[in-house]
Design a protein around this ligand. Structure first.
Ligand code: TEU
Length: 565
């Protein structure tokens, strides 16, 4: 397996709107990120993924871009961006931008031209279709509720928008569109940007013919089922790689919902002809229910462990994994897999981030920031949550209280509350009225108090990151093999990592109860008496004893490990 810097990196996603407000308008900004680079350097991450910072009307908080070559006014200026990039590089921090190329904003100049007339030269930059039997061309639903088709009276056709009606899908089958996107990528890479996270990149190649999609509990067909992994997606990514990516030493990760390991082995293959890695969604969809993600059932740990193990083993030597449970679209993992306690935050982190693959942290995860205490639909800002409530209640099949409970548990707004810097008003995020409410638990959960507390979640993450990036066990944790242990245990996630003569036992009690896992004899023999190189709590010496609630540890062995392979 080739060794390379992006496999050995730890990525930290920043949602700029909620990170730090330096100019007192209640909205996070680029200078605010620059002001916090020392904090990120102390944490030990080495790549910063910026959620979109381009000009946008913010219908979907920046994922609707109206000008790909200019900075969103609320976030600052291009000079502010250049300063952030320069200051990050001075600290050895790389910057990864968020490329949103499946769709633009309807306020982009391209769409203004495309919609102006059927004969306009840019008409085919987007996807227009005639009505079928006087209505939408297919039954496809938007991810944000309603139909994926919007009627345009002026030209008598519908345009496709897999997301909001203000996010028209670009037509990647038109080579001019592809060349426009490649030019935009070169613009940012020539400024020194270190890579791209690519938004829903496996949706860019639409099917040759548009037919109805299967229903999945909603009023509309499931668009993802017919649009993901389209007929030309690999052709287009290989072209992007030849035209742009292969010419720079950068990192790329494609957001690819609806993929299985076989797909990832193509998108993120080791021969480097497409992307470095992908975000797949199987593990974060396991606790879905009748309404897809909108459920609040607890995660079934044996199901989760087997799914994680499947990706660890089936990509081995074929493609590279990303490891995540948090981002700007996911609820807080300490509320989803833990019990909001700092102990559970540490145990989850150790269990997740000792696996093979590049870890992706999300702002505030390193503090154990939790879900927000929503009171009702009026508390939400996210277009997806509001759309889901409208869609689910309109369908008339669910109890509104149950629906609200599910939305509270899974809403993307849980991840978008302002970063909690201190116990000052508004958690030190802003001196103005914040664009979105701060989680009231900031008094207890904030960076300033945790930086002073060596036992805090922050310092646990810092030590865990150091284990993967600076310690003598770096190659073991980055490149080592993986073997799942005790798959049926309902509470404990345990696995081995093996590299040359070294082995690591990673064991995490992901429950609030004491637990006594039945590890295989050969494993116990190999690690008995070893002292943990990192532990969340407990004695730190491996013995065949009960684990405390949320006890997690990493043990290393360097002899008799051959029996573990
Ligand atoms: O998300 C893709 C997507 O499918 C989202 O609906 C996401 O997977 C879902 O919310 C998780 O349950 C990307 C961006 O990450 C998201 O923020 C954007 O809203 C979306 O694309 C459109 O650009």
């Amino acid at each position: 397996m080739k060794k390379v810097w992006w496999k050995e990196s730890i990525v930290y996603e920043i949602y700029p709107r909620s990170f730090y407000d330096s100019d007192g308008d209640g909205i996070g900004d680029l200078n605010g990120i620059t002001d916090k680079l020392d904090y990120l350097e102390e944490l030990g991450v080495n790549v910063l993924w910026l959620a979109p910072v381009y000009q946008s009307p913010n219908d979907d908080n920046g994922y609707d871009i109206s000008d790909y070559r200019n900075i969103m006014k609320e976030f600052g200026t291009m000079e502010d961006f250049d300063r952030l990039l320069s200051e990050a590089h001075k600290r050895g921090l790389k910057i990864m931008m968020d490329l949103v190329a499946n769709h633009s904003s309807d306020e982009h100049a391209w769409f203004a031209e495309s919609r102006s007339s059927r004969e306009n030269d840019k008409r085919d930059y987007y996807i227009w279709r005639d009505p079928v039997d006087g209505r939408e061309p297919t039954n496809w639903g938007s991810s944000f509720g309603g139909s994926a088709w919007e009627w345009d009276e002026a030209t008598g056709q519908y345009y496709l928008h897999c997301f909001s009606r203000k996010q028209p899908d670009l037509n990647w089958d038109d080579p001019r569109v592809r060349m426009e996107i490649y030019d935009i990528m070169r613009f940012w890479l020539d400024k020194g940007v270190d890579g791209f996270r690519m938004d829903v990149i496996n949706m860019i190649s639409k099917p040759e013919t548009f037919t109805d999609a299967p229903y999945n509990g909603g009023r509309y067909g499931s668009t993802g089922a017919v649009v993901a992994n389209g007929p030309h997606v690999h052709e287009y990514l290989q072209e992007m790689n030849r035209e742009v990516l292969s010419k720079y030493d950068i990192m790329t990760v494609g957001e690819c919902g609806g993929t299985v390991p076989g797909d990832a082995a193509r998108y993120a293959n080791e021969d480097g002809s497409e992307l470095n890695m992908i975000f797949q969604f199987e593990h974060v969809n396991l606790d879905g229910g009748k309404y897809r993600k909108w459920a609040h059932d607890p995660m079934d740990l044996p199901k989760l462990k087997k799914n994680l193990a499947k990706w660890q083993t089936e990509l081995r030597d074929k493609a590279w994994n990303s490891i995540y449970f948090n981002n700007h679209d996911q609820p807080r993992v300490v509320s989803r897999l833990g019990d909001d306690s700092p102990e559970s935050a540490k145990a989850i982190a150790l269990g997740l981030y000792c696996m093979q693959g590049t870890p992706y942290l999300y702002q505030g995860e390193e503090l154990g920031m939790t879900n927000y205490p929503f009171r009702g639909i009026g508390d939400y800002e996210d277009i997806e949550s509001i759309g889901a409530y409208r869609e689910l209640t309109a369908a008339g099949t669910g109890d509104p209280e149950e629906i609200l409970k599910s939305i509270a548990y899974k809403s993307r707004d849980n991840a978008r509350t302002p970063m909690q810097w201190s116990n000052a008003p508004n958690a030190g995020f802003t001196k103005a009225e914040p664009w979105y409410p701060v989680n009231p638990n900031y008094i207890r959960i904030n960076a300033e108090s945790q930086q002073k507390d060596p036992e805090s979640v922050f310092h646990f993450y810092r030590k865990l990151i150091g284990l993967r990036t600076k310690s003598e066990y770096k190659d073991l944790l980055v490149y080592g093999g993986y073997r799942l242990l005790i798959p049926e245990d309902p509470a404990v996630y345990a696995y081995l990592r093996v590299y040359e003569n070294r082995a690591a036992l990673v064991i995490a009690n992901l429950s609030a109860e004491r637990s006594h896992p039945e590890l295989p004899e050969e494993v116990k023999a190999c690690f008995r008496g070893k002292t943990a190189v990192l532990r969340s709590r407990g004695t730190g010496v491996f013995q065949d004893a009960e684990l405390e609630p949320w006890e997690a540890a990493v043990y290393i062995a360097e002899e008799k490990t051959e029996c573990l392979c």
